[in-house]
Design a protein around this ligand. Structure first.
Ligand SMILES: Cc1cc2nc3c(=O)[nH]c(=O)nc-3n(C[C@H](O)[C@H](O)[C@H](O)COP(=O)(O)OP(=O)(O)OC[C@H]3O[C@@H](n4cnc5c(N)ncnc54)[C@H](O)[C@@H]3O)c2cc1C
Length: 419
């Protein structure tokens, strides 16, 4: 075991939440280590073909932006490269982007903030002293390295750091765990060919697959900026992402389904030359562990349009639920399709004061969690968790101070900020 340097803040996981957390902490003066098991940043945006940013705008006719700060910087940098469209509408409001541009933009963001970023590093263990996490071990091709820090942010989506560090976590919620789906990118569909969800459903029906061949027949259709590619979220599987055997079966079954969907798509007018550009490369896990936090964010909070003393971000997405039993999807809008407030306490561990989380790991009930997991919101909760962790490292943690620093960093914190 090698021993590495000491940091103020360690962020595990370099998805949209982890990047925002690392940059947010570094801009507060913290020495930050960001550990990512893949060779690029972006998480689902880079390795799961999730190529639309949701949660950036309210869902009403006004489409008001609700994410400032680092999330807005990412959008602006993508716009500079003409690598993002939108906002567009399909049930919700979203912006589709080019994943290669996203990877570069995130690389530049962490480099500009001075974050020590390490790829190919799997967080595989953590140490604890009393109620605090003290260090993590990551594995790379050189073996195991242990590093210490004063504060931690778990942005792994699976809650690996929290789980390994002995913090209280749970898997999904007692009333369900959102379904996992393989984001699949199809090419060879000219930009002037319009493909509708109805056409895809009919093509799947007409082909007459044997029962069990495919799982879903309807989803959002994502057209990428200026390309002949479209991304579909159809091939789904009921699996446990914490268990490699279960995950591997799901990956193989979803890839098999992707080829069956290709057969159906090729029967749609204009799509005869369609081909598979990429599957995933990983299946997309919508929900796994949650950190058990000081407060759970609930759908009732959204319905009540609750205001919190420690609001650190605004959400706008709906409770988007994909059922594991029936494979059916539902989309429950927030009241008046308006923004709602998200408290810091749903990102702060209930039993480990120097641990925060962000992104899909945030503590939410079935519908509350399903609303705040999306990537636009993940950048907002990530920035907040990073700033909070930096203040813990300075022994200066105070939710009011976190809010003040976030405001200085351009974050939007209250629905009044929007009017
Ligand atoms: C099929 C599907 C469709 C979706 N559609 C949309 C959409 O259209 N728009 C939208 O905004 N959101 C969408 N979402 C939700 C969104 O993708 C996630 O909620 C979001 O990516 C969460 O961000 P995150 O940073 O918390 O997690 P992730 O994006 O999952 O990132 C986690 C990162 O942690 C890394 N990691 C994990 N474990 C370790 C470890 N032990 N050590 C080191 N690194 C580790 C991973 O490699 C990854 O890079 C969709 C999700 C799925 C599955």
């Amino acid at each position: 075991m090698t021993t590495g340097p000491d940091y103020d803040v360690i962020v595990a996981g370099g998805g949209t939440a982890g990047v925002a957390a690392a940059v947010g902490a570094a801009r507060e003066g913290a020495r930050v280590l960001l550990l990512e098991r893949h060779g690029c940043l972006g998480g689902a945006a880079a390795v799961r073909n999730v190529l639309t940013l949701c949660g950036l705008y309210t869902l009403g006719d006004d489409m008001t932006p609700v994410v400032g700060g680092i999330g807005a910087e990412v959008v602006a940098a993508l716009e500079d490269r003409s690598a993002i469209t939108g906002p567009q509408r399909f049930r919700g409001v979203f912006s589709s982007f080019e994943p290669e541009a996203m990877k570069l933009v995130l690389d530049q963001l962490v480099a500009g903030a001075g974050v020590d970023t390490r790829f190919g590093c799997h967080v595989s263990a953590a140490t604890r002293d009393g109620d605090r996490i003290t260090g993590v071990t990551f594995s790379d091709h050189g073996g195991d390295t242990s590093v210490t820090a004063r504060a931690f942010v778990d942005c792994t989506g699976e809650g690996d750091l929290a789980h390994l560090g002995g913090a209280s976590t749970r898997y999904g919620n007692t009333d369900g765990v959102n379904l996992g789906t393989l984001g699949t990118r199809f090419g060879g569909i000219p930009a002037d060919v319009t493909v509708t969800a109805q056409q895809i459903a009919e093509a799947i029906g007409d082909i007459g697959f044997a029962p069990g061949t495919v799982t879903k027949d309807r989803c959002v259709i994502v057209r990428l900026p200026g390309s002949a590619d479209m991304v579909l979220y159809l091939a789904s599987a009921d699996y446990d992402p914490r268990d490699a055997a279960s995950l591997s079966r799901a990956e193989m079954d979803a890839r098999r389904q992707a080829w069956a969907y290709l057969d159906a798509i090729r029967t749609i007018p204009g799509c005869a030359r369609a081909y598979l550009v990429s599957t995933g490369p990983e299946i997309g896990t919508r929900e796994s562990r949650h950190l058990n936090a000081r407060r759970q964010f609930t759908w009732a909070d959204i319905e009540a349009r609750a205001s919190h003393d420690d609001t650190i971000a605004l959400g706008a997405w709906a409770a988007e639920w994909h059922d594991r039993g029936s494979y059916a999807s539902s989309f429950d809008y927030p009241p008046e399709k308006a923004a709602y407030e998200i408290p810091l306490s749903c990102l702060h561990s209930v039993d480990t004061p120097n641990l925060f989380c962000a992104g899909r790991l945030a503590d939410g009930d079935r519908k509350g969690g399903a609303a705040i997991r999306v990537m636009g919101t993940a950048m907002a909760t990530g920035q907040a968790a990073g700033v909070a962790a930096a203040l813990v490292a300075q022994d200066a943690f105070d939710p009011a101070e976190v809010r003040a620093r976030l405001r200085q960093g351009g974050a939007l914190l209250s629905v009044q900020d929007l009017s």
